[in-house]
Design a protein around this ligand. Sequence first.
Ligand code: HEM
Length: 116
Amino acid sequence: MEILRSIVLVIHLIGFATLFGAWLVEATSGRREITKLMNWGLAIALVAGVALAAPWGIDGELNYAKISVKLIVVIAVGALLGIGAGRQKRKGSAPGAIFWPIGVLTLLNASIAVLW
Ligand code: HEM
C-alpha cells in the first residue's frame, strides 16, 4: 500500500511538472499561449492529488486544511486555463492578467505542499 501511495505521489509530481513545465516554455518563449499540455498537467495533478487526499498507505494524519487550500488553488488555475483558452480562441492571445497567475498559483501550490 505504501509503495502504491508513493507511485501515486510520483504521478502527482508528473502532473505538476507537466503543468508548470508547459507554462514555463510559453513564458520564456514569449508566446504566452494556453496549451493543451497545461490542461493535461492540471488534470493529472488533480486526480492524483484527490487520490492522495484519502488516508491510505500512511500511518500519520493528513493535513486537511492544507489539502483544501490546494484544492481551491487548483480550481482557480483550472478556471484561468478555461477563461484564457476561450479568450485565446476569440482574440488570438490570452491576456497577461490570466497567463501569469497560472504559473504563480501553480508554484504557490507546490510551495504550500512542501512548506505547510
Ligand atoms: C497544481 C496543483 C498542485 C501542485 C503543484 C501540487 C504539488 C505537490 C507537491 C510538490 C507535493 C509533494 C510534497 C511533499 O511530498 O513534500 C504534493 C503532495 C500532495 N498533494 Fe499536491 N499539488 C497540487 C494539487 C493537489 C490537489 C488538488 C490535491 C488534493 C485535493 C493535492 C493533495 C496532495 C497530497 C495529499 C499530497 C501528499 C503529501 C501531503 O500530505 O502533503 N495536491 N503536491
